[in-house]
Design a protein around this ligand. Structure first.
Ligand SMILES: [Zn+2]
Ligand SMILES: [Zn+2]
Length: 344
């Protein structure tokens, strides 16, 4: 099988590997679609906290079950599935509370295990036990299903913030997570969803997708404009969906008194005076959101399958495995809203 293996910093090699062996309590998936995420770019350029090398990256994936081990129940070859990438222990206090994204023993597909930048992938026994494979509705394409994990992260953040109908929300960044957060906030009944984005092209795209308030985040008067749009109050909630600390600053200024800030996106450490990223990773106060739980993943797949959240317009670029480095550049240059590796 063909796989893209990260062997070191910026050393990503396409190699021919033997098909992985399937243990009795494991399964093998033929990968059909795997999204490239900013985290993959970070792994490629700088490494990442949870990453060990060499590694096949890719954690936003959907595929077809190719082999199911003898002891595996509920999964058959030919089944179309989405993979929730978090492998939690099921026993620690966080798992017991349903906060499995904070599991003490958390392992992640594409970080600790080989992921979806390959034609085939092993689903570890622990993952099968925890139910990380979920069948995809026939109405959903593999590429659409690969957006389940990013959408689940948005659900996780908005659940934690307790976004209620009638509230106003500010979302900074019209990348795919900004758009998904905005769509979800609208679905949850937010009264006003305001998006900030410095790039005109992305603002236009967001407007075409039915986002009413798309403002230029680089405009010096943007905080005043947000106040005006919210009857002089400021927004109830803000979720910066980009790594620039300036968006965090703008959010803090634009929030109403008693407002809630979702610390959703890790920030570029070189631009930070303190390690505020701990708020992100450990979900300390402000309300951090890091990844998603199995429950969020299921909720996300259901929203996609029912059509409540439509993502076809977000699927702007499909590439082959051989083009993976070009795909990473597109993410870096923000040249496409989403880049998905597909196989045929
Ligand atoms: Zn991701
Ligand atoms: Zn656990």
């Amino acid at each position: 099988m063909k796989a893209a293996i990260l062997e070191g910093r910026r050393k990503l090699k396409i190699r021919e590997l033997p098909l992985p062996r399937c243990g009795d309590d494991e399964a093998i998936i033929r990968v059909e679609a795997c999204g490239i995420c900013r985290t993959d770019l970070k792994c490629y350029e700088d490494g990442q906290r949870d990453l060990t090398l060499p590694r096949i990256l890719g954690h936003e994936l959907a595929g077809t079950v190719y082999v199911a081990g003898k002891k595996v129940k509920g999964v058959q070859p030919g089944m179309r599935v989405q993979v929730a990438p978090g492998l939690s222990c099921g026993a620690c206090r966080y798992c017991q509370q349903g906060r499995d994204n904070l599991c003490h023993e958390l392992k992640i597909v594409g970080f600790n295990y080989d992921g979806g930048f390959a034609q085939y992938m092993v689903v570890p026994a622990r993952g099968l036990e925890r139910g990380i494979l979920k069948e995809i509705a026939p109405s959903l394409s593999f590429a659409e299903a690969s957006l389940t994990e990013p959408l689940a992260c948005c659900i996780h953040m908005q659940e934690a913030l307790g976004l209620a109908p009638g509230e106003s929300i500010l979302i900074s960044g019209c990348g795919r997570l900004g758009i998904l957060n905005a769509k979800l906030a609208m679905l949850r009944g937010a009264e006003k969803v305001i998006l900030l984005e410095p790039a005109e092209q992305r603002r236009e795209l967001a407007s075409r997708l039915g986002m009413f308030y798309c403002l230029d985040g680089a405009n010096a008067n943007v905080v005043e404009e947000i106040r005006r749009l919210t009857g002089g109050q400021g927004v109830d909630l803000a979720i910066p969906c980009c790594p620039d600390p300036a968006a965090l600053e703008t959010s803090l200024q634009a929030l109403a008194k008693g407002g809630r800030l979702g610390f959703f996106s890790g920030l570029l450490p070189e631009k930070l005076p303190l390690n505020f990223n701990l708020i992100h990773y450990k979900e300390i106060t402000v309300i951090g959101g890091y990844g998603c739980t199995l429950k969020d993943n299921r909720a996300a797949l259901d929203l996609l399958a029912s059509g409540a959240i439509e993502v076809k317009e977000i699927l702007t670029r499909e590439i082959s495995l051989e083009e993976v480095e070009a795909g990473l550049s597109m993410i870096r240059e923000m040249a496409a809203l989403s880049v998905i590796i597909t196989f045929n």
